[in-house]
Design a protein around this ligand. Structure first.
Ligand code: ATP
Ligand code: MN
Length: 314
């Protein structure tokens, strides 16, 4: 795509830092190394997101998105950005959203591969998505439980928690998916058809987390308290609120080694050793294989008031 860079002369004349084109976006400082020992450069990150764009967009397209930007190329200097900046490339969509304090702010949405790569160009490493789309803001189309293990726990404990959670969801009639975050935990994702509103989904998520914590207080906790988390897994249901985000499937993480948040099958989870076991290269390889979440494409399910009551009444 270098030929799109017309008017700038030959690549030799431009010098090596004048950019390189990915998905129609000029990447400046393409050779900048983002992950040092691995030598992963900005251009590699842009090419990764281009390659992952189809799968990424299946889950993130049209949702308000927050960006974790590390424009200096250094994962020690990143910031979380919820609102669009002036002068952002047009490829990154903007939607005005009313916030809880009554004001309105411009949020960002990724609509296509160009927007995705344009975000990388401005220093984005991680993408975090809302549970609803900008088109239907009040009706979430995904529910997420974020399993956060206390530092002392093994990944085996996280696996067991994921399977437990899947079991209670199944029991009320909801099918779920698993994703390793690229960090320490697993996200359990429940695709929804958008019939229910935030309040119902949030009440359900809370009741479910509280129920698990009440049944096994030595293993689970449903409140954010770090002090009470000792040797337990926090079942974070708070991702299920209007305005809350969770890391997007296929997002790279700004953590050591450049791990990726990777969707997995329930079968694969049984043998996984860690939540950060897929680096960019492994994630790229998996893109050539089957989509572990493919079966969810035909699921039509909703959180009902009856489910909230069933879970709440312990
Ligand atoms: P891990 O498995 O390591 O916990 P994670 O993606 O679940 O990975 P958390 O630290 O548990 O990471 O973060 C939970 C969620 O909170 C994130 O997915 C993200 O969407 C949101 N989040 C992270 N940083 C911020 C921030 N600075 N402001 C607002 N929300 C954030
Ligand atoms: Mn987490």
């Amino acid at each position: 795509m270098t030929d799109k860079n017309t008017g700038a002369g030959t690549s030799a004349a431009r010098g090596k830092d004048d950019g390189d084109w990915v998905a129609g976006v000029r990447i400046s400082h393409p050779e900048r190394v983002l992950f040092k020992p691995e030598g992963i450069r900005k251009i590699d990150l842009a090419r990764y997101y281009e390659a992952a764009s189809e799968r990424f967009l299946e889950h993130a397209q049209g949702r308000p998105v927050s960006l974790l930007r590390c424009p200096q190329g250094d994962i020690a200097h990143c910031f979380f950005q919820k609102h669009a900046s002036d002068g952002f490339p047009e490829a990154i969509g903007q939607v005005p959203i009313r916030e809880s304090d009554g004001g309105t702010e411009n949020y960002m949405v990724i609509r296509d591969v160009e927007g995705l790569v344009a975000a990388v160009q401005v220093g984005t490493m991680e993408f975090h998505i809302w549970g609803s789309t900008a088109a239907e803001l009040e009706n979430p189309t995904r529910m997420v439980f974020d399993l956060d293990p206390d530092a002392g726990l093994d990944f085996a404990d996280v696996r067991k928690a994921a399977v437990d959670l899947r079991g209670v969801l199944d029991a009320v009639g909801l099918k779920s998916l698993a994703m390793v975050t690229g960090g320490k935990g697993v996200h359990i994702v429940v695709p929804l058809d958008g019939r229910a509103e935030w309040s119902t989904v949030k009440d359900f998520a809370k009741a479910l987390a509280v129920r698990l914590a009440d049944a096994a207080p030595d293993r689970y906790i449903a409140t954010m308290s770090k002090a009470k988390r000792k040797d337990r897994i926090f079942i974070d249901w708070l991702r299920n609120e209007r305005g809350a985000t969770a890391v997007a499937p296929y997002s790279v993480r700004a953590r050591k080694g450049g791990p990726v948040a990777v969707p997995i099958s329930w079968d694969e989870l049984k043998t996984l050793k860690a939540a950060n076991g897929f680096a960019i290269n492994e994630a790229l390889e998996r893109l050539g294989g089957p989509d572990p979440w493919r079966e969810a494409g035909t699921w039509r399910q909703s959180v009902t008031k009856a489910m909230v009551e069933a879970v709440g009444a312990s």
